[in-house]
Write a protein that binds this ligand. Structure first.
Ligand SMILES: *Cc1c(COP(=O)(O)O)cnc(C)c1O
Length: 359
């Protein structure tokens, strides 16, 4: 068996130890005589998996008591529509910060439900910057302010939590959750899909402050009504049990690595190595302003586009896969989430240097 270094943006690489444990427990989960996939979600075994999952996420992120943690379906994309429907109440406006392709989608979907005001945009810079927070036009009549902490496609990341001027701050953390410590108290709602930094596809984490619940539109299906799901421990219908279990294994792995603070140190080291290699070269270039460069998704373009194909083919031959950039921006992208070991980045850097030397 050979495992590649998988730089996919999502679904993405998982810690090898997690995959091995899932394999070892596949047929008989801890003496139960069955696989997690085969368990009733109401049975005591799965209930214990679910309880530990929530407890571990709460511990890792220091989630305060007055926040509910939901594990839903539909991906972060479904939340683009269900956040306005859950949070607007009798308000008609919400503020959005446009920093790349994902916030653009969030805005587009929200427009069906409210006046989605673009408080700030970095479109003029081709999404290579984070707009200066002091210049954001925040409408205090809005129900919330939405931002995307890491733009997975453009490789732009907030390096601090913005001031929402008293509005509940709603944040799509799909591609950088658990990669750096944050203070949950600064947010009204945090959401993230599982398939980038937390496990296999299939779970969407929603962390929501209590006082924002209870305003949901009656048109929303109960499974996407946060208050209803809160009352039912996210089990209003059958949850994606195996994905919950895998997320639980990833969280245990994270704890064993030293938690989120230790992960941040590694992510700083990994991304710095890659950006340094890019900046030191004449063949590769990253267009993002230095202070807003993502630690998770590192896009880079080759000076000569004609070499793209050869680069990708040679990279694959060297066991470095999924480096093709998103079709909307072209070039390359290396996604280096928590589970990408430093050796993967080292191997990539060596490969890039050798490719440059020979081209
Ligand atoms: C991947 C991603 C999404 C969409 O996730 P789905 O699970 O496909 O709905 C949304 N926002 C960000 C920032 C992402 O990286």
């Amino acid at each position: 068996m050979t495992r590649i270094f998988n730089f996919s943006a999502g679904p993405s690489t998982l810690p090898e130890a997690v995959l091995q444990q899932a394999r070892d427990e596949m047929l008989d989960w801890r003496g139960s005589g069955m696989s997690v996939m085969e368990m009733s979600h109401r049975g005591k075994q799965f209930m214990s998996i679910a309880a530990e999952l929530e407890a571990d996420l709460r511990a890792l992120m220091s989630i305060p008591e007055n926040y509910r943690v939901l594990f839903l379906q539909g991906g972060a994309s479904a939340q683009f529509s269900f956040i306005p429907q859950n949070l607007l109440g009798d308000k008609t406006k919400a503020c959005y910060v446009k920093t790349g392709a994902w916030s653009e989608k969030a805005i587009k979907d929200a427009q069906s439900y409210c006046d989605a005001i673009v408080s700030a945009s970095s479109e003029d810079s081709n999404f290579t910057t984070i707009p200066n927070v002091a210049d954001w036009k925040i409408d205090l009549e809005a129900a919330y302010l939405h931002c995307t902490s890491n733009e997975t496609i453009h490789g732009v990341e907030f390096n601090t939590t913005p001031d929402a001027k008293g509005l509940p701050l709603v944040c799509d953390m799909s591609s950088n959750i658990l990669s750096r410590p944050i203070d949950v108290n600064e947010f009204g709602l945090i959401y993230a899909g599982s398939q980038k930094n937390m496990g296999a596809a299939g779970v969407t984490v929603v962390i929501v402050r209590d006082d924002l619940l209870g305003k949901c539109s009656k048109l929303v299906p109960p499974v996407f009504n946060y208050a209803e799901q809160t009352k039912n421990q996210s089990m209003l219908n059958t949850p994606t049990t195996y994905s919950w279990y895998l997320m639980g294994l990833v969280l245990k792995w994270l704890q064993a690595q030293g938690g989120v603070a230790a992960m941040e140190q590694r992510n700083i080291a990994k991304s710095a190595k890659l950006y340094q290699a890019i900046d030191a070269s004449t063949l590769y270039r990253n267009p993002v302003e230095i202070v807003s460069r993502s630690r998770m998704n590192v896009p880079f373009i080759l000076a000569n586009e004609a070499l793209d194909k050869e680069f990708l083919t040679a990279a694959e031959a060297a066991g470095l896969n999924e480096l093709k950039g998103h079709r909307s921006v072209g070039g390359m992208r290396a996604s280096i989430y928590n589970a990408m070991p430093e050796s993967g980045v080292d191997t990539l850097v060596s490969f890039m240097q050798e490719f440059e030397r020979t081209h």
